[in-house]
Design a binder for this molecule. Structure first.
Ligand code: F6P
Length: 357
């Protein structure tokens, strides 16, 4: 008999259900008795003891279903050691729930913040398996996270649609792609969608270079330009500011996001009409793509094997096409960023894509 707890935490994405299904199928096929406790709304469910006993039936037919059947919420890591408004010690409460249910292990699906809390619980003596979820693809220790490829299809589709209207109107279009700290999604969507300019947080941009690239296209007889701009794109000047100064500047700005600021600067300097499209949370919605379904089935199967072997304290990642167990303590708190001199960026530059640097 195995008693497994499961929760999904942080921003949702496609394939969370597919990953949970993979784990449960892997266990169910190899065990006579299995109890699965699903905690609602991420760590909240574990803290406040809000859970439901699930059966393998609950995980049937959810491979293609977006979102998460368990619900999710953001519970920032930095507040985990801070008591709640009623003075409750959250870490102690999570441990209490775990021990009360006599769990063999907790399977935690989430991104960077979630992973840090998962590691904290491991340090507190709980048996943890983490599965790397995020459309941002920024989890250290795995080549790819689930959600990324599905979101990439959506973001690319948006740029594709913008292409036809941009060309008809001879306009400059900005598509703002999710990614506050890292630019994997805007980089890949920009290349896949044929964007002419890609701005990502890892490469602070110079607006003069952006304008230069647009003017060059006009001179070459290309009437429209498409920019894929990360939510977290940052100008060279702003990159020099301290965290505090940047926060103060953002408070003052009249622009809803960086794309609108870039749009205003381009319009002013080139006289071109500029339009901004923000697909936002659409990028996290809908069914997982085929790639993510395969990935999650593999990650889930590997996680099930670790649980059967009672080998805990790992994230299951995908490295060079192989699923691998990666010690949580080695990866928690690290961010996988785009390297500005990586091959993809070098080659994108060869084909004329401007990164504003
Ligand atoms: O971490 C995933 C992500 O979608 C980021 O790309 C984005 O910046 C953020 O979450 C949005 O968060 P929220 O759903 O809390 O608005």
């Amino acid at each position: 008999m195995k008693r497994i707890g499961m929760l999904t935490s942080g921003g949702d994405c496609q394939a969370l259900n597919a990953a949970m299904r993979g784990v449960v199928k892997g266990l169910n096929a190899n065990l006579d008795e299995l109890e699965i406790y699903g905690f609602y709304d991420g760590y909240k469910g574990l803290i406040y003891g809000n859970y439901r006993l699930l059966t393998s039936k609950d995980f049937s037919g959810i491979l293609t279903k977006g979102g998460t059947i368990l619900g999710t919420s953001r519970q920032p890591f930095k507040y985990m050691r801070v008591p709640d408004e009623n003075g409750l010690d959250k870490v102690a409460a999570m441990k209490h729930t775990y021990h009360k249910l006599n769990l063999d292990c907790l399977v935690i699906l989430g991104g960077n913040g979630t992973q840090k809390t998962a590691n904290l619980l491991r340090e507190e003596g709980l048996n943890i398996i983490h599965l790397p979820k995020t459309i941002d693809n920024d989890i250290y220790g795995t080549d790819i996270t689930f959600g990324f490829e599905s979101a990439l299809d959506i973001a690319t589709g948006v740029i594709d649609c913008i292409h036809t209207t941009a060309a008809s109107h001879n306009r400059v279009f900005i598509v703002e792609i999710m990614g506050h700290k890292v630019g994997w999604l805007p980089l890949h969507a920009g290349v896949a969608g044929g964007a002419d300019i890609i701005l990502i947080p890892e490469i602070p941009y110079d607006i003069d270079k952006v304008v230069e690239a647009i003017n060059k296209r006009s001179k070459d007889g290309k009437g429209f330009t498409i920019l894929a701009v990360a939510e977290g794109a940052i100008s060279k000047e702003d990159a020099q500011l301290s965290k505090k100064e940047l926060k103060a500047k953002k408070k003052e700005t009249k622009y809803p996001s960086v794309s609108y600021e870039v749009a205003a600067q381009i319009q002013e300097r080139t006289g071109n009409e500029v339009r901004v499209t923000v697909p936002g949370h659409m990028q996290r919605g809908g069914s997982p793509c085929a790639y993510d379904r395969v990935l999650c089935t593999q990650l889930g199967a590997h996680a099930a094997k670790l649980i059967l072997d009672e080998d805990y304290g790992y994230m299951v990642g995908m490295i060079n096409g192989q699923t691998k167990k990666v010690p949580l303590g080695e990866v928690a708190g690290k961010l996988k960023m785009v390297q500005p001199d990586c091959q993809l960026i070098k080659e994108a530059k060869i084909v004329g894509i401007c990164f504003g640097d």
